[in-house]
Design a protein around this ligand. Sequence first.
Ligand SMILES: Nc1ncnc2c1ncn2[C@@H]1O[C@H](COP(=O)(O)OP(=O)(O)O)[C@@H](O)[C@H]1O
Ligand SMILES: Nc1ccn([C@@H]2O[C@H](COP(=O)(O)O)[C@@H](O)[C@H]2O)c(=O)n1
Length: 214
Amino acid sequence: MKRGILIGIAGASGSGKTLVANTIIERLGSDKVVLIQEDSYYKDLSDIPLDARAGRNFDHPDAFDHDLLAEHLTKLLQGKTVAHPIYDYKTHSRLKETRTVGPHTIVILEGILVLNEPKLRNLMDIRVFIDTALDICFIRRLQRDIEERGRSVESVITQYENTVRPMYFQFIEPSKRYADIIIPRGGKNLVAIDILTTKIRSLLLQQEKINLEA
Ligand SMILES: Nc1ncnc2c1ncn2[C@@H]1O[C@H](COP(=O)(O)OP(=O)(O)O)[C@@H](O)[C@H]1O
Ligand SMILES: Nc1ccn([C@@H]2O[C@H](COP(=O)(O)O)[C@@H](O)[C@H]2O)c(=O)n1
């Protein structure tokens, strides 16, 4: 039986998905809410040489283990515990250790391709797309990837031209059609974040009541 609610948040890399998700979680202020990131489910590339890994296409659906992600989401929504993988962007691989994630009433899933993938989309109760201009996304990504993901200016630009931008137009932007809510400008659209937080709070109370009565 389904005991949880799944909110999916998609959008370009750097559009503000993580910021929107974390702002909602902070505002809800409840330990019944957990964030799951599609990025944690990138396939592990530790079996290929380190210098060959960086050239891979990380923006194509095949780069992700969506079967494992769908399995973990299904378990979390049924009130079960999962061994959530931990991804390292610097080595393009999964760490040996995992994070134990227990049941939560609200699961927020964020990632570039979560609306593109039917097996994820079909599990969602609310589908959100963050619609931020691509040039703004690129500037944010450039800063973040250099500061947090160990990248150089040249590598971010090359990756953007070769894979990030083309895959956005092939897979991410078309998935906007599946959204229930489209949030323009992303992370600091506080009106949209407030509306979504209010809706999620009401779903949380409703689902908690159902779970108590079950
Ligand atoms: N509206 C905004 N204004 C300023 N900075 C933002 C805004 N939205 C996101 N950022 C910053 O841009 C970077 C990328 O945002 P993030 O939420 O990680 O994007 P995504 O998860 O979609 O890749 C982060 O450093 C974040 O703090
Ligand atoms: N080893 C990797 C794995 C992923 N990426 C890039 O991350 C982007 C998705 O993450 P966001 O937080 O930005 O949504 C995606 O566009 C991949 O290109 C990477 O560079 N290296």
